[in-house]
Design a protein around this ligand. Structure first.
Ligand code: EPU
Length: 424
């Protein structure tokens, strides 16, 4: 176990390259099992969640090769009869439940333990199961394991009661090889849904409408492997944008799709921060304290929930009082108690935080309890005067590539050091 030690108060300056999108990778890596043969994925982030997914695929019998430059090759020629996914790996990665859709489509049967994941409040999977049933699958839960099976998966219609990224992905995966057409209504519209559709279509699937709230999938008999580059990570980008703004810095982010960052850009502009786009890069410059803004997180194209925790850190040193409402998860302010230790004026009531901006934060030992709370605490450490120790960095390593190296490249004073062993 290690911690990050940050000496804050330095403006970030320079250029940083954004990695591939975690939540796209976690949908497309399992999707490679739908195509018999070797698929190649490019622009994958070097993060722990990708390592765990690679290990899961290997445990199922796929041949997985990781090359340099973010590329991964998956050969899934020999997967016949596989249905159960090993529990010790599943419990490390919530997105392993995408193997329900994949193995159901490929082998007619799947067994995956109920997913865990970050404690963001209740995380039901009823919409995934509703979708599988709409395709004619039998669904049961026995001793904590979800079992889905179908003699013949048939296209069907499903109207989701809530907009769910995970359920949209799972039903898309299952429907690609079903007989007939599937229609998903009230589908999620996140760019990673479009990225997944692009990969599947490159393999020969017939997915139409991804990126809108109605997706139509005409099932095909088989998929062939394809090469696909994962889109850039909007949340990693948002974290660097906010860190630049909060430290009164001047940072150019390379390898981004500015369109996907519009919810963040709009709020930064409202806060008086300069943001300019240039092809696949974006520059964030701040000369002064940002201004307070109100925001509510929502499904895309609303403000991304995963970008909200770091954004609240910027607002903690803004001029004025901001009101931030979380529209997706019940428990997304797990960083609030920690930044309070650093002097932030943040009060959380249910899904709303009222943030009274202060002049400065001061360094303190803090503990990350989930991935985005961890990112928020790192930003807080960069802004604060003095030294901040961020513990619980394993959460951040799940989804951010070479965090301290990238930040050092922008002039930050940040080191990873081993946690000292407690004296017994
Ligand atoms: N929901 C249901 N029933 C379901 C599924 C979801 O009621 O069957 C509810 C959830 O409780 C939540 C809302 O619908 O209130 C949205 O959940 P969604 O299914 O969209 O979330 P997810 O697929 O579990 C993904 C990301 C999350 C991100 C959310 C929202 C992955 C692997 N995870 O989760 O990312 O917050 O979409 O955008 O793609 C993160 O990266 O930090 C992270 C938590």
């Amino acid at each position: 176990m290690s911690k990050l030690v940050i000496t804050g108060g330095k403006s970030l300056e320079g250029r940083v390259r954004i990695s591939g999108r975690k939540n796209s990778a976690l949908a497309i890596i399992p999707a490679t099992l739908l195509a018999e043969g070797e698929s190649a994925l490019e622009n994958l982030p070097y993060i722990r969640d990708v390592d765990v997914y690679s290990a899961i695929l290997q445990s199922l019998g796929a041949k997985v090769r990781r090359n340099g430059g973010g590329s991964l090759r998956v050969d899934s020629a020999d997967l016949s009869g596989v249905s159960a996914v090993p529990f010790d790996l599943v419990k490390q990665l919530r997105a392993s439940y995408y193997l329900l859709g994949v193995l159901l489509a490929r082998n007619g049967r799947a067994e995956v333990a109920m997913p865990g994941g970050d404690d963001l409040g209740p995380r039901p999977i009823d919409q995934h199961l509703k979708g599988f049933r709409a395709l004619g699958a039998r669904v049961s839960i026995e001793r904590g394991v979800i079992k889905v099976e179908a003699d013949r998966l048939m296209g069907g219609s499903v109207y989701f009661d809530v907009v769910s990224v995970g359920a949209t992905v799972n039903v898309m995966l299952a429907a690609t090889l079903a007989e007939g057409t599937t229609i998903i209504e009230n589908a999620a519209k996140e760019p990673h849904i479009v990225d997944l559709a692009n990969y599947l279509n490159a393999c020969g699937a017939k997915v139409r409408g991804a990126g809108t709230d109605v997706i139509r999938i005409r099932g095909v008999k088989r998929l062939s492997p394809a090469t696909h580059a994962i889109i850039p990570d909007d949340i990693e980008a948002a974290t660097f944008m906010v860190a630049a703004a909060a430290t009164r810095g001047d940072v150019v982010l390379e390898n981004v799709i500015p369109k996907h960052l519009e919810p963040i850009t709009a709020k930064l502009l409202e806060a008086g921060v300069e943001v300019s786009e240039n092809g696949d890069s974006i520059r964030v410059t701040a000369y002064d304290r940002p201004l307070a803004v109100n925001l509510k997180t929502m499904p895309y194209p609303g403000f991304q929930t995963d970008a909200m925790p770091p954004f609240t850190v910027m607002l903690a040193t803004a001029e004025g009082t901001s009101v931030v409402t979380e529209g997706i998860w019940e428990n997304r302010f797990r960083h609030a108690g920690e930044i309070k230790k650093m002097g932030a004026g943040i009060r959380v009531e249910g899904r709303t935080a009222v943030i009274e901006g202060v002049d400065r934060l001061s360094g303190a030992p803090v503990e990350a309890q989930d991935i985005r709370a961890g990112a928020a605490l790192i930003v807080a450490g960069l802004v604060a005067e003095g030294e901040t120790e961020v513990h619980g960095i394993e959460h951040v390593d799940r989804g951010y590539e070479r965090t301290e190296e990238k930040l050092r490249g922008l002039g930050a004073r940040i080191e990873r050091v081993p946690e000292s062993t407690p004296v017994s």
